[in-house]
Design a protein around this ligand. Structure first.
Ligand SMILES: N[C@@H](CCC(=O)N[C@@H](CS)C(=O)NCC(=O)O)C(=O)O
Length: 235
């Protein structure tokens, strides 16, 4: 087996799995048992010292960080991104890194506020409300998605898909369902270009295979439901 993807269902590994399927690469999906906090074990941290999922073992490297893994796959397989030197490359890079550096970390704050401000409910609620609120200047979640929506609306969609679409579509899924009870701020049709992107990606055979493997249901990106994975747990 060429690649080993350390994954948990509906975790950030989902995005890497979509990329591996889209590229048609053989891989073993190896469960990280979140119920026993296996991602914090010395064995896992020896591969991914951040203790975060995903981690991808390749013939030449052991990679962690969703954005880095996506870029690596795209570069090595010469696919799923505009090539260096093309007019689209600069915009693609800006918004890909914005997704990795801003959107994804905002989602982490939204999902796991207690890791950042402690367990007091007043503090975790305040953090969540702050990042879920529309703000004219600060890059809270609605503003980050608004900026991305504007970019996706103006660019020519890739012929098949690309690593930015895969990354975004996973993030959009999670906005719709996590954390349970805290998703009222999010309405995908408010971001029409991102909604169209989700619909396009979830129709791809590669994405359907991943949805099936992780028990994510039918319209798993544009109308997401909580998953029913055949193995492992989300948290
Ligand atoms: N910056 C990391 C974030 C990945 C991440 O947040 N993974 C979550 C699962 S979706 C995780 O490992 N959570 C366990 C934890 O925070 O202890 C990346 O881009 O890969």
């Amino acid at each position: 087996m060429t690649y080993v993807l350390h994954y948990a269902p509906d975790n950030a590994s989902l995005i890497i799995r979509m990329a591996l399927e889209e590229l048609g690469l053989p891989y073993e999906a190896r469960l990280v048992d979140r119920a026993s906090k296996a991602q914090e074990s010395p064995r896992y941290r020896a591969k991914a010292p951040t203790g975060l999922i995903p981690c991808l073992e390749t013939p030449s490297d052991t990679l962690f960080e969703t954005g880095a893994i996506l870029m690596w796959l795209s570069e090595v397989h010469q696919a799923l991104a505009p090539k260096s030197g093309t007019p689209e490359r600069g915009d693609f890079l800006k918004w890909f890194f914005f997704t990795a550096n801003t959107l994804h970390p905002l989602l982490r704050l939204n999902f796991y506020p207690e890791k950042y401000v402690g367990k007091d409910a007043n503090d975790t609620n305040t953090l969540r409300r702050t990042i879920q609120d529309v703000h004219p200047k600060n890059t809270t979640l609605p503003r980050a998605l608004g900026l991305l929506d504007a970019y996706i609306a103006e660019r020519t969609a890739p012929e098949t898909t690309d690593i930015l679409e895969l990354y975004l579509s996973g993030c959009l899924r999670w906005c719709g369902i996590y954390p349970v009870g805290w998703t009222a701020w999010f309405n995908l049709p408010d971001f029409p270009a991102l909604e169209a992107l989700s619909i396009r990606v979830e129709a791809r055979p590669s994405a359907r295979r991943v949805a099936h493997a992780e028990g994510l249901g039918h319209r798993f990106l544009s109308k997401p439901q909580l998953p029913n994975p055949p193995e492992g747990s989300v948290l």
